[in-house]
Design a protein around this ligand. Structure first.
Ligand code: AMP
Length: 187
């Protein structure tokens, strides 16, 4: 089973992805985590992206698409993909369609965790304390949210026509969101 968790920054995609990875014995495909790892390891990619990431800007499609391509072509991960934070633009969504076709895979569920800005701001403040993420200060968050509204919302319009698309209230408690997802996937 392949899933996409979709929603604004701070919507709880990572939390649900980690739950689903265990439940479905799958792999979390978080471009944010992959990119942070590149920065931590100080790789060539890491050096290129560090400023954009800290500013809350998007990393280029070229870099992100390469990371995704590796995951899709990994035979161990076939039909065990939990996308978290990808696709984030129409170009990325189109790239994913192509890669899915090439690797003979499909997306079984798209879950949109819908949360408003105020709720997320509270969460981000909390996460900043717990995870110490350098892109979690309020100004960066507002930039990330605005980028989401501009660039990622069109992806939502694209996926909302899909029969496997489900909107979930992302302001609910973690366990409630998990229960709703469980109910849809029925595994
Ligand atoms: P996330 O952990 O998903 O919130 O992502 C953190 C940051 O990584 C974002 O603000 C972007 O700078 C970058 N990033 C993550 N995923 C993508 C993506 N699919 N496309 C472009 N940039 C991304």
């Amino acid at each position: 089973m392949n899933l996409i968790l979709f929603g604004p920054p701070g919507a709880g995609k990572g939390t649900q992805a980690k739950y689903l990875v265990k439940k479905l014995n799958s792999f979390q495909i978080s471009t944010g985590d992959m990119l942070r790892e590149e920065i931590q390891k100080n790789t060539e990619i890491g050096k290129k992206i560090v400023n954009d990431m800290n500013d809350g800007k998007f990393v280029s499609d070229e870099i992100v698409n390469t990371l995704i391509e590796n995951a899709l072509f990994d035979p161990q991960k076939k039909n065990k993909l939990i996308f978290d934070g990808y696709p984030r633009s129409l170009a990325q969504a189109e790239n994913l369609e192509i890669l899915l076709k090439k690797t003979n895979q499909e997306i079984d569920f798209i879950f949109f965790l819908n949360v408003n800005k105020e709720t997320i701001i509270k969460r981000i403040e909390q996460r900043k304390i717990v995870e110490k993420r350098s892109d979690d200060d309020l100004n960066t968050f507002i930039k990330r949210f605005d980028t989401y509204m501009e660039t990622t919302k069109p992806v939502l319009d694209f996926y909302s026509k899909n029969p496997n698309f489900y909107e979930i209230d992302g302001a609910s408690k973690i366990e409630e969101i998990t229960a709703k997802i469980d109910n849809f996937i029925r595994v």
